[in-house]
Write a protein that binds this ligand. Sequence first.
Ligand SMILES: NC(=O)c1ccc[n+]([C@@H]2O[C@H](COP(=O)([O-])OP(=O)(O)OC[C@H]3O[C@@H](n4cnc5c(N)ncnc54)[C@H](OP(=O)(O)O)[C@@H]3O)[C@@H](O)[C@H]2O)c1
Length: 239
Amino acid sequence: MKTALVTGGAYRIGQQICRTLHEASFNIIIHYNSSSLGAQKLADELNSIRPDSAKTIQAELSSTDDIEQLCQSVRSLDVLINNASVFYPTPIDNLKLSDYQKIMNTNLMGPLFLSSTLSKKLAQNNGSIVNIIDIHGDRPLRNHTIYNISKAAIAMMTKTLAKELAPNIRVNGVSPGSIIWPENEAELNQSQKQSMLNKIALNKQGSANDIADTVLFLTQSNYITGQIIAVDGGRNLNQ
Ligand SMILES: NC(=O)c1ccc[n+]([C@@H]2O[C@H](COP(=O)([O-])OP(=O)(O)OC[C@H]3O[C@@H](n4cnc5c(N)ncnc54)[C@H](OP(=O)(O)O)[C@@H]3O)[C@@H](O)[C@H]2O)c1
């Protein structure tokens, strides 16, 4: 039985990735940071479908100590999905070092050190890594300087690691367009949402399933490495 570790797996896109990989017979390690209840509920649900097929693990991914502990607790691994991230505006005229550290550490440093530390275990199983990026790593989203930079960096990390970790580990990425509206400090009003939808060729948001299905495809594609697939309804066709 193959094992997948999904970071930020308790809710939203990460939760669907856990469900889709589980349905494809993976055992799932659901990583969470603050969402212990959501992660446990999902683990209980997956374990009720297949006993001992899911467990949870807590880690603050901007902490190298937590990353180290998380990696030590993983015995064998076939697939690492770097999904966890933070997203909120950081206007250029008021950049704060604390925001830079929070966003870059969570969105880049965490995935990089997880990938590096787990690479021996992944190599033993000819495993793969899938990084969840964002189309805004390529085309900047206004007002989100640090987030855009963090996602551009993880896109380059995807290609770099594909080279460094070959031939035993494949590394690919999925770049979502608009899938689930942001919450809390990044929430959008109705007219902002409509203006985003107007730019999508397929005229609608995607679903978490669209992302999870592409992740599954990449985990199963034995001759694909160093690739990033945009799942964005054709958003990149419009200026
Ligand atoms: N939603 C979209 O439409 C969209 C569009 C483009 C790209 N994406 C990308 O797709 C991925 C999933 O998106 P999403 O909207 O589902 O994500 P999300 O809900 O914003 O975040 C996913 C999880 O990341 C975890 N996380 C945040 N900071 C962390 C930290 N310091 N340490 C450990 N975990 C941390 C949180 O876990 P806890 O809840 O346990 O704290 C959170 O539940 C992200 O990489 C995002 O950038 C999403």
